[in-house]
Design a protein around this ligand. Structure first.
Ligand SMILES: Cc1ncc(COP(=O)(O)O)c(C=O)c1O
Length: 399
């Protein structure tokens, strides 16, 4: 057999000189960076990863296996199989009273992640300002920059339960503002927006003619108030690209199944990019997602009850050990303040790992307003959560 010879070729440029400047300048994910530090260390309780601790329900896995056994291994239509788009439209209508046509207004994507990317790439003209309430999910700003847009962070505050207020949105809007990214229930804060909270935001969106990308991936995960989709608000449906998926509520992170719904002209622009880059979401994942919507709703509700119990445990736990913690109303994250310790979030999180063997994500990686907080996922066992809080309590006493 021929062996490849690795001879050093003299090069005048370094590899990084070949990279697109935009990509070179973007820092790697702060969460990854933190967990690279942690990987390999023993006895650490990690509350860092934002994914359900449940495996995908058995009947969903089974539907996929059965479909594979029947030889369903081919490309699907670009927008996804019709039955799945129909089931998504029906599910959104039944759950959140937003109405979409399966043909032309729904596209099945590779996770909510692809849907966010498609939406931004379909909308951005270089130089457009993209408004992003923060702290928020870490991908919005880098994807905006890769698309040539300018991310404009809007700080939200614990005193407002990290809700977006009309005053701060108004202050951030300029003639260059084109898109507002909304993400409620929020990762990392657990904040939600009610119908009344949305109303003044809709006025500004209308007044300034903005398009909204509403990432509602945690829509099913609210505890005391039902989720209100931004697309449900009067006049907002056709200005909104609703992004969601199966990762969180249906415990299907690894399947990479998501979707976007919206005005047919926007969806058809997104479909064009999807056609050329992805072709279609994986066919086996689509079969599984369809099964989750058809027969998995009860199991989803049972998982939600379990997260709710853990939410109460964690919030009480943090308060008992002396950390201020607003009550998260959605998703599966708590966002306690560590300001009383006088440490920065990075320093707190690093020392917490080395001295107390608990890993959580420092709040500053989620953007403006995140410094002074720690993101803790409570999608872990009660045992792990209880032990972690005990360790954090001891660590606080040692400071
Ligand atoms: C707010 C938010 N949006 C989107 C995603 C991406 O989800 P998906 O697995 O569907 O790509 C995540 C994942 O953590 C998230 O927290």
């Amino acid at each position: 057999m021929l062996e490849q010879k690795q001879t050093e070729q003299p090069r005048t440029k370094s590899m990084s000189d070949y990279l697109a400047p935009l990509v070179r300048e973007i820092p790697p994910s702060g969460i990854r960076k933190f967990f690279d530090l942690v990987s390999g260390s023993k006895d650490i309780i990690s509350l860092g990863v934002g994914e359900p601790d449940f495996s995908t329900p058995w009947h969903v896995r089974d539907a996929c296996v059965y479909s594979l056994e029947r030889g369903n291994t081919k490309y699907t239509p670009n927008a996804g199989i019709y039955e799945l788009r129909e089931a998504i439209a029906e599910y959104l209508y039944n759950s959140f009273q937003v109405k979409y046509e399966p043909e032309g207004e729904v596209i099945v994507t590779v996770g909510g992640s692809e849907a966010i990317d498609l939406a931004l790439r379909a909308l951005i003209t270089p130089g457009d300002e993209i408004l992003i309430p923060e702290p928020c999910y870490i991908s919005y700003s880098p994807i905006t920059r890769i698309g040539g847009g300018i991310p404009i962070g809007i700080e939200t505050f614990a005193k407002d339960q990290f809700k977006l207020t009309a005053e701060s949105l108004k202050a951030a809007i300029t003639p260059k503002s084109k898109v507002l990214i909304l993400s409620y229930p929020s990762n990392p804060t657990g904040a939600i927006m009610t119908y009344e909270d949305w109303l003044p935001i809709t006025k500004l969106v209308e007044e300034h003619d903005l398009i909204v990308i509403s990432d509602e991936i945690y829509a099913e995960m609210t505890y005391d108030n039902k989720h209100v989709s931004f697309a449900f608000m009067p006049g907002m449906r056709d200005r909104t690209i609703l992004v969601s998926g199966f990762s969180k509520a249906f415990a299907m992170t690894g399947w990479r199944m998501g979707y976007a719904c919206g005005h047919r002209e926007l969806i058809s622009a997104m479909l064009k990019i999807h056609q050329y880059t992805i072709m279609c979401a994986p066919s086996m994942g689509q079969v599984a997602a369809l099964e989750a919507l058809k027969n998995g709703l009860e199991e989803k509700d049972r998982m939600m009850e379990s997260y709710n119990q853990r939410r109460r445990l964690v919030v009480k736990g943090f308060r008992d050990i002396g950390l201020e913690c607003h009550e998260p109303q959605g998703a599966f994250y708590a966002f306690p303040s560590i300001q009383s310790t006088g440490l920065s979030s990075e320093e707190f999180a690093q020392r917490l790992v080395t001295e107390a063997k608990v890993a959580a994500v420092p709040g500053h990686v989620f953007g403006m307003g995140g410094e002074g907080f720690l993101r803790v996922s409570y999608a872990y066992s009660v045992n792990q959560l209880t032990q972690a809080i005990e360790r954090i309590g001891k660590f606080l006493k040692s400071l």
